[in-house]
Design a protein around this ligand. Structure first.
Ligand code: PMP
Length: 301
């Protein structure tokens, strides 16, 4: 199925303080963000008409922009309000929201001291990152040919567009071999994350996850750690080596787009069950984002 083009849709996009018709939310080809990767973004989801953790996402957008030396000309509260209004105008109850910040067209060249900082928020329907069937069975992922960079090499704590260059190349390589995604090691050869989600690995009832010292500490990651601890699971953040993979029984990934998605296979070498802990956390995450009550839900908020 061919996706509907992103530049040819009905609706409006919030752009630099006002709503513009979807098809008119355009940039000039000579734009610093496009040429030099001076661009940061967010991905958030709305469930039943309300955005999950909007403020945390908009705070991270500010922080990512600051890391790249850009100052977002709208406060987090203004971005929260704009996000809510954009969702309302979309008419969708369940939707994906993409706030994005980039340097404008005032300068070309590496130096961009005089560029404006531009901001937009678009809303669309993006069901599940992986198909519902794949999510039930667990997805199959390959090893990525690229590694997450050393913090001395790239601004690893920013959700910066430039960091997705190696993610797209890795995901394409995995898809070419029939896999859904790719597992990236970090610059030291430790297990890091997939191309757009954090990873959790379970052994003897204990949930292990890599320390996010050179990749995004996902908002979903933190939420799921809270949910797991609230129901009594032990969660350990530690360095995980690929040589440990045969010892794990369940593996899953977390992200705003991916939510909680089980992993069934890594590169034809390692196979995992969609086990009890993964299923419990999928259910609890769903209940939390959809505003469900319950001890686990309240404790994790
Ligand atoms: N890592 C990467 C590379 C991502 O793109 C994402 C999705 N934003 C995540 C992790 C998960 O982050 P979050 O849970 O905040 O969506």
């Amino acid at each position: 199925m061919i996706e509907q083009r992103y530049d040819d849709r009905d609706g409006v996009i919030w752009m630099n303080g006002s709503f513009v018709p979807w098809r008119e939310a355009n940039l000039h080809v000579l734009n610093h963000g496009l040429h030099y990767g001076s661009c940061v973004f967010e991905g958030m989801r709305a469930y039943n008409g309300s955005i999950f953790k909007a403020t945390e996402h908009n705070e991270r957008l500010h922080s990512s922009a600051n890391i790249l030396g850009m100052k977002v000309p709208y406060s987090v509260a203004e971005l929260d309000a704009a996000s809510r209004e954009a969702l309302k105008r979309s008419g969708f109850a369940d939707a994906y929201l993409r706030p994005i910040v980039w340097r404008g067209p005032e300068q070309m060249g590496v130096s961009a001291q005089k560029t404006s900082t531009q901001v937009a928020i678009a809303v669309w329907q993006w069901p599940s990152y992986f198909t519902p069937e794949a999510r039930l069975k667990g997805i199959r992922i390959d090893w990525a040919p690229w590694r997450r960079p050393d913090p001395a090499t790239a601004p690893v704590k920013a959700k910066a567009a430039g960091l997705y260059m190696i993610a797209t190349m890795s995901k394409h390589a995995a898809e070419a071999c029939g896999y859904s995604d790719a597992l990236m090691l970090d610059w030291r050869g430790r297990v890091a994350e997939t191309t757009g989600a954090n990873i959790f690995l379970i052994k003897d009832g204990i949930i292990n996850t890599p320390v996010p010292d050179c990749f995004l500490d996902g908002i979903t990651r933190r939420t799921v750690i809270g949910l797991a601890r609230a129901v009594g699971y032990q969660v350990v953040e530690r360095a995980i080596l690929p040589s440990e993979l045969p010892g794990f029984s369940e593996v899953f990934v977390t992200g705003t787009a991916a939510e909680v998605t089980p992993i069934a296979e890594i590169a034809g070498e390692h196979f995992f069950q969609v086990g009890e802990i993964t299923r419990r956390l999928m259910t609890d995450y769903d209940a939390l984002v959809r505003g469900g009550a319950g001890t686990a839900t309240r404790a994790a908020e």
